[in-house]
Unconditional design. Structure first.
Length: 402
C-alpha cells in the first residue's frame, strides 16, 4: 500500500483524536524504525515508552511466535502456565509488599482496577490526584487525569469526588487528604505533565500521610516503571512502597497489556465477579511480558538506562549552554525532558525531517522515551541533529525573553 494512500485512508476513516506525524512506519529494530521509502529514523519516542526493550526484540518475537503457535486464547476462568509464569516474575521484581496481580490490556485499565480496589478496600469515596498528572482517558482514569482539555468535555460523566493538588507540594497534600479519602494517586515522575521530578521527600511524605489518614497510595508506574528511569521502579529511588502500583506500556514489548499490583489485603477486597476482563492475562501478552522481564534482567537494562541517561542528560545540558531557547533539562535514566521557551511543534517536525522521532509533553517540552537498548552512538547522533535543529529554529524565531 502506497504511503499517500495510507495517510489518506487513516485521515478519512480513523477517529481524528490523535495529533499526527507525517510518516508511515513499516519496520523497527532496536531504537531504529524505517518508513515506507526505506528511510531510517532514530526513535526517541519509542511508541510513548512502549518499545522499552527495543522494537522487535528477538527474544520477545520468539516468545510471541512460540505462544501464538501453541495457545492464543485462555480466559482467566481457566488456568494458564504462561500466565502463572508471568505473575510470579512480576511479583518477584515488584517493590516488596505487593502480593497480588490483576492483568488487563492497557494503562488506563490498570488505573481503573486500582481505583476500584481502593474504593472497595476503604469503603471511602474521595480521591486526590496531582495537577499535571496523567493516568489515562477511560472515565475512571480520566477523573484523576489533570489536563482540563482532556477532562472538561466529559466532566458530567466523571467521578465527582476528585481533588487536584499541586504536584510536589506536601503541605497542600496534607490539606487535601482527609478521613474520607480512599487514595492518593501519583506518578513518581510526571511524564505527560512535562517530565516533572518531585522534591526528594515528596513520595515518602505522601506514603506517611496516607497511612496516617487511612488512605492508600496508588503509584502509577505505567511510564516510569520497568527500568525506564535507571532503577526498576521509580518509587524505589525514594524508598517508597506503594499500596497499589499500575504498570503497562512496555511490559509486553508492544503487545497490549496492563497490570495492577496490590497489597494482598487490598487486592482481596475485590470479590468474585467484581472486576474482570476478557483479555486480561491473554497468553500471547503474558508470553511477551515474561520475555520482556527476562530481557530487562539478563541485559541489565535498568543499569543501562542509568548509564546512558547520564550521558544523554549531560549532552542535553551542554545543548542548554549553547541555545537560548532551552529553558530547562530534567528527568532520570531514559525518561528525559527539555523545556523550551517556545512551542516545540516546529522543532519536532524539523527533527523528523532530519531523521529523529521525538515526543512532546504539553506545548513546550520535548520528551525522550527511547528504547533502553539504544546505543550511546545513536544518542550522540540524535543530539547532534537536535543541536542543528535548534540552531535552525533560533534563526527563524526572534526570542522574546519571558
Ligand atoms: C500512558 C499512561 C497511562 C495510560 O495508558 P494507556 O495504555 O494509554 O491507557 C496511564 N498512566 C501513565 C503514567 C501513563 O504514562
Amino acid at each position: 500500500m502506497k504511503g499517500v494512500n495510507v495517510k489518506s485512508l487513516e485521515d478519512r476513516l480513523m477517529v481524528a483524536t490523535y495529533s499526527r506525524y507525517p510518516i508511515t512506519v513499516v519496520r523497527g529494530r532496536g531504537a531504529t524504525v524505517w518508513d515506507l521509502e526505506g528511510r531510517a529514523y532514530i526513535d526517541l519516542m519509542g511508541g510513548y515508552g512502549v518499545a522499552l526493550v527495543g522494537h522487535c526484540h528477538p527474544k520477545v518475537v520468539e516468545a510471541v511466535k512460540r505462544q501464538a503457535e501453541t495457545l492464543m486464547v485462555c480466559h482467566p476462568t481457566l488456568y494458564s502456565e504462561i500466565r502463572a509464569e508471568l505473575i510470579e516474575k512480576l511479583i518477584r521484581i515488584a517493590p516488596s509488599g505487593l502480593g497480588r496481580v490483576y492483568l488487563c490490556s492497557s494503562g488506563a485499565e490498570s488505573v481503573e482496577a486500582a481505583i476500584k480496589m481502593a474504593g472497595r478496600f476503604t469503603g471511602k469515596r474521595k480521591l486526590v490526584s496531582a495537577m499535571g498528572g496523567f493516568h489515562g482517558k477511560t472515565l475512571g482514569a480520566l477523573s484523576v487525569t489533570w489536563n482540563p482539555r482532556y477532562r472538561k468535555p466529559f466532566q458530567h460523566l466523571l467521578i465527582d469526588t476528585v481533588e487536584f493538588v499541586p504536584y510536589g507540594n506536601l503541605d497542600r497534600a496534607v490539606e487535601a487528604v482527609d478521613d474520607e479519602t480512599m487514595a492518593f494517586i501519583i506518578e513518581p515522575i510526571q511524564g505527560e505533565g512535562g517530565v516533572k521530578v518531585p522534591p526528594d521527600d515528596y513520595l515518602k511524605g505522601l506514603k506517611d500521610l496516607c497511612e496516617d489518614r487511612g488512605a492508600l497510595l496508588i503509584v502509577d508506574e505505567v511510564q516510569t516503571g520497568l527500568g525506564r528511569t535507571g532503577v526498576m521502579w521509580a518509587c524505589q529511588r525514594w524508598g517508597v512502597k506503594p499500596d497499589i502500583m499500575c504498570v503497562a506500556k512496555g511490559l509486553a514489548g508492544g503487545i497490549p497489556i496492563g497490570a495492577t499490583l496490590a497489597r494482598e489485603d487490598v487486592a482481596l477486597s475485590l470479590k468474585r465477579g467484581e472486576h474482570t476482563s476478557t483479555f486480561g492475562g491473554n497468553p500471547v501478552a503474558c508470553a511477551a511480558a515474561s520475555a520482556v522481564i527476562d530481557v530487562l534482567l539478563e541485559e541489565g537494562l535498568p543499569g543501562r538506562a542509568d548509564r546512558l541517561g547520564r550521558l544523554f542528560k549531560r549532552e542535553l545540558e551542554s545543548l542548554r549552554q549553547g541555545h537560548r531557547v532551552v529553558r530547562d533539562v530534567r528527568g532520570f535514566g531514559l525518561m528525559l525532558g527539555v523545556e523550551l521557551r517556545f512551542d516545540v511543534r516546529e522543532v519536532l517536525l524539523e527533527a523528523l525531517n532530519r531523521g529523529i522521532i521525538m515526543l512532546y509533553s504539553g506545548r513546550n517540552v520535548l520528551r525522550f522515551l527511547p528504547p533502553l537498548v539504544i546505543e550511546g552512538s545513536q544518542i550522540l547522533e540524535a543530539l547532534k541533529v537536535l543541536d542543528e535543529t535548534l540552531t535552525w529554529f533560533e534563526a527563524r524565531v526572534k526570542p522574546k525573553p519571558k
